[in-house]
Ligand binder design. Structure first.
Ligand SMILES: Nc1ncnc2c1ncn2[C@@H]1O[C@H](COP(=O)(O)OP(=O)(O)OP(=O)(O)O)[C@@H](O)[C@H]1O
Ligand SMILES: Nc1ccn([C@@H]2O[C@H](COP(=O)(O)O)[C@@H](O)[C@H]2O)c(=O)n1
Length: 226
């Protein structure tokens, strides 16, 4: 079977991670969560006392942390300087600061290089999810998907996840999602955007299983047409 590269982009909470992992597992492909890489570099900045609202300070040190991503869809992994960072990168503090760090061009250049190297090394192919995969990181991807969903559906999904942990009410979860999307969409360097040749899938009224089946069908269609 020929290698295939699948790019899945979209705003937060649209189902990119859940869909990408399941599609990669079903098709025997590698998987890369690029949001986790931006979260990892943000976490490193915060733990090292860098002012993340100062783009110059972030740019000056962004080459320092060693970020390593696992590509097994059944066991996603991320480490920073050799230490497991999967838990710490999901805190509310990192979530609230990651858009400022990911907007710094030097950060994007560095992380984009890592992403391209990981994709090139994936022998059977890879599903890469993020915000700028189809437009910038892998513009030649074989299949490009742009997932969307209403802010209400996305907030309900996120609130369900957070229950009992860092629980927040639906309205504030919705506001936080909208704020992060606005920051990610309006930055100058490689903003969140749909590639012209991406297939847009509105997941508002679809179950996760329906979205997975839709993406698997698109990949199989592409393979059959080769
Ligand atoms: N179609 C769907 N229907 C219902 N729930 C879903 C659907 N897709 C994903 N979910 C749930 O929504 C939550 C968010 O999904 P996921 O983390 O995959 O989104 P994401 O786009 O990767 O978000 P982010 O960009 O913020 O990391 C998860 O709890 C997931 O199980
Ligand atoms: N290709 C990407 C992926 C992510 N980002 C930034 O990381 C943040 C966290 O992403 P999650 O998917 O883990 O929620 C996101 O809000 C972006 O700021 C990016 O810039 N490019």
């Amino acid at each position: 079977m020929e290698s295939v590269i699948v790019a899945i982009d979209g705003p937060s909470g649209t189902g990119k991670s859940s869909t990408s992992r399941a599609v990669a597992a079903e098709l025997g492909l590698s998987y890369l969560d690029t949001g986790a890489q931006y979260r990892a570099i943000t976490w490193w900045m915060l733990t090292n006392g860098i002012d993340v609202d100062d783009p110059g300070a972030v740019a000056a040190v962004c080459g320092k942390p060693v970020i390593e991503s696992g590509t097994d869809p059944l066991a996603p992994a991320i480490s920073v300087d050799g230490a497991d960072a999967a838990g710490p990168i999901r805190t509310r503090e990192v979530t609230s600061k990651v858009s400022a760090v990911s907007a710094v061009p030097e950060v994007r250049t560095r992380i984009t290089e890592l992403q391209r190297a990981i994709a090139a090394a994936a022998e059977k192919g890879i599903v890469v999810e993020g915000r700028d995969i189809g437009t910038t990181v892998l513009p030649g991807a074989d299949v490009k998907i742009f997932l969307t969903a209403s802010p209400e559906a996305r907030a309900a999904r996120r609130s369900g996840e957070l229950k009992g942990k860092e629980a927040a009410d639906l309205a504030s979860t919705r506001e936080a999602l909208i704020r992060r999307d606005a920051a990610d969409s309006s930055r100058k360097a490689s903003p969140l955007a749909k590639a012209d040749d991406a297939v847009e899938v509105d997941t508002t009224d679809l179950t996760l299983q329906q979205v997975i089946e839709c993406v698997v069908a698109l990949v199989e269609e592409k393979r059959a047409a080769r």
